[in-house]
Each structure stands twice: as C-alpha cells, then as structure tokens.
Design a protein around this ligand. Structure first.
Ligand SMILES: *Cc1c(COP(=O)(O)O)cnc(C)c1O
Length: 355
C-alpha cells in the first residue's frame, strides 16, 4: 500500500473545542464544520464533538444528515437557504438559518409553517460579502418581526480583519452596536480570530472554525502558543533515495541544483494528494522526526527532500508533511497560502485513519 495517509487525532479536536469554550467565557460555541470540517471529515468531527453547543456549515444535505444521525443541538446554515424547498426542509429539520438578503425574505414571506424558524439575521458591517447593509437593516428587521414563521432571531455579522491588529474590528463592531442598540436580541459575531483576540465580540454565540483543527488564525502567533493541538497529520515515507553529485538537478524543470554531493529522498506525496505545488525549495518537512526541507518542484505524486540532516534515513523513513511536530501554518506560509486551504484540499485519494 502506498505509504501516504492522513491521521486524525480526534481528542485534539475535543481539546481545541474545550479551549474555545473556555475562551468564550459563557458564550455558546458553534463548531464550524463547513468544507467537510476543513477537510477532516464532517461526520467524524461532529462525532468527536457530540456535546458541542451547536454546529455550523453550509450544505443543507449535510445538516440533515447530522439530524438524521441524532444530533439535536442547533445546526446553523451559514449561507441560509437557497430555495423555497430548502426553507421548508430547514423548518422540518429544525435547522437555524442565516438570512442575509431580501430574496430570502421573499421566500420566508411565502412560507407556510408557523413559528418554527430560528433566524440568524446577518448584517453587513463592512465585509461586503453577505448581509443587509446599515440602510437596509430596518426594513429587513421589520419583515422578520412580522413573519409568523420565525421563532427566534439572533443578530449576526462577520469581521474582515480579526486576524490583523488594526482598527477594522472596532469599526465594524461600532457600526453593529449602533445599528442594533435598541434590540434585546442574542448576538453571534466572532470567528476564531475574533474569539481569541477580541473578547468584546463574544456575545451569546461564537463561531470558531480553524482553531478547532489546531491551526492559528493569526500570521504572527503560532497554534502552539495559543494552546492548540493539530488534528490532522499528513504522513508518508521515503520511497527512493538518490545520491547527487555537485551540479545534479532535481525534479521537473531542474529547479534545484545540488551545490555539493548530497542524498535526496523521494517522498510519496504530491499535489494530487493536496500538497501545495507552490511550495518551493525550503518548505519544512520532517524525516524521522528531524526537520529538513523540500527540494525543487512538487510533482503530482511525489516530492523531494534533503536528507543531509538525517544521514541514516533511507527507503521507509517516516515523513511528516504537516501536523504533529510540524505546524501546517508553516507549510502554508512557505506555499504563499493559509492553513485553511491546505487542510480543505486534502485529496480524497489519501487514505484516512484515526490516531
Ligand atoms: C468560516 C466561517 C467562520 C469560521 O471562521 P474561522 O476563521 O475558521 O474561525 C465563522 N463564521 C462564518 C460566517 C464563516 O463563514
């Protein structure tokens, strides 16, 4: 069997959720399990978080599956419903729905059931992606208040720059507070970054995603420093060793040239497995637990690593691409992206196992 596999430590997921809950200090915590739980497997993740206060995701089919499997806590559809059929299904399955636009309100006005729907009313306070603008808000709120279908309303917004130390969150929060000042309604504002960095955003519900999987939402603070543990470890083995002379080149395009004689390991993991092709020479990797670097271009099924710091390593040597001992954030940075993308993109061909 090809030695590449993704190994999941579900106890780390539970520990990270517990940390989110401690940090939230009384606010309830939606576990964000969209994008197949950031590549980890949404059903597995939900099982590991059986007692979570709630779950948040996008596809109604996934939410219904959780209900069918006996999850009774709130399940929030982060983009709401896309058609009247979905609205009816959300009511029947008692799913919480984001309402962010007037098209959804028109569907709501035509809804037949009464008093069944838990609505998260989304306000656009500056992200300019989803939500009612400050000038639209009063009209949206009036329509929701008048709807017989609605059982509860929670006010929601999303921050554009909670991962950066700038004034953006304060400005968005001020806009949100000014708009909703008179309303005694629960609030749901914070993603991982806001939860960790801005206690004033906690409100009644928080919605962390990335921190649950053990990665940092911040460019300047490591997951370890935040007390987070990696859930996914991508592991493989060296499947071939090449001994290079000075001037020999490695991989497609010959992008790396050996400056002196050296041993190079070929690892069973490539971009078709979800490893980023943009990760150039020097991307960190562990061989037998020793930190070394990739060399040259990542190919579809393989990549090359420098065995200089691990002279004993040969075919069969253990390789960690990211996870335990090697933060996915570091690999993402070397590839010019963020951990979210690497985790989400784990390819379906990679076998998965529980730690
Ligand atoms: C994805 C998402 C989150 C979680 O964000 P993280 O940065 O992963 O914590 C929270 N809220 C909304 C609306 C989202 O789309």
């Amino acid at each position: 069997m090809r030695p590449l596999r993704a190994v999941f430590d579900w106890s780390a997921l539970a520990a990270n959720y517990a940390l989110a809950r401690r940090t939230a200090r009384g606010a309830r915590v939606f576990a964000v399990i969209k994008a197949n739980a950031y590549g980890h497997g949404d059903l597995k993740a939900a099982e590991a978080l059986r007692d979570a206060d709630g779950f948040a995701l996008l596809e109604i089919e996934r939410a219904m599956e959780l209900r069918d499997r006996g999850f009774r806590q709130p399940i929030l559809l982060l983009e709401g419903f896309f058609s009247p059929d979905e609205l009816a299904a959300a009511e029947a399955y008692r799913l919480s729905v984001v309402i962010h636009c007037f098209e959804q309100l028109r569907m709501l006005a035509a809804a037949r059931r009464r008093g069944r729907l838990d609505v998260f009313l989304k306000i656009n306070t500056g992200m300019n992606r989803l939500g009612f603008s400050p000038s639209e808000f009063a009209s949206a709120w009036a329509q929701i208040k008048a709807s017989a279908a609605v059982e509860s309303v929670t006010l929601m917004t999303h921050f554009a720059t909670a991962d950066e130390p700038d004034e953006g969150v304060a400005a968005q929060l001020e806009r949100f507070n000014a708009l909703t000042a008179g309303l005694r309604l629960p609030r749901c504002l914070a993603n991982s970054a806001a939860l960790l960095r801005y206690p004033e955003t906690h409100g009644d519900w928080v919605r962390p995603g990335i921190m649950l999987y053990g990665a940092s939402p911040f460019p300047d603070r490591s997951a370890e420093a935040l007390g987070l543990k990696p859930v996914m470890t991508l592991e493989s083995e060296v499947i071939a060793v090449q001994s290079l002379q000075a001037g020999d080149r490695v991989g497609y395009g010959g992008l790396f040239t050996a400056p002196h004689p050296m041993r190079v390991g070929t690892v069973a993991c490539g971009y078709a497995d979800g490893y980023p092709r943009h990760a150039g020479t020097g991307t960190p990797v562990l061989v037998n637990g020793v930190r070394t670097r990739t060399l040259g271009r990542v190919s579809m099924d393989m990549l090359s690593v420098d065995l200089t710091p691990v002279p004993e390593a040969g075919v069969g040597a253990r390789v960690t691409l990211w996870g335990e001992g090697l933060p996915v954030d570091e690999v993402a940075r070397a590839a010019g992206t963020i951990s979210y993308e690497l985790l989400c993109r784990l390819a379906s061909r990679v076998p998965r196992q529980d730690r």
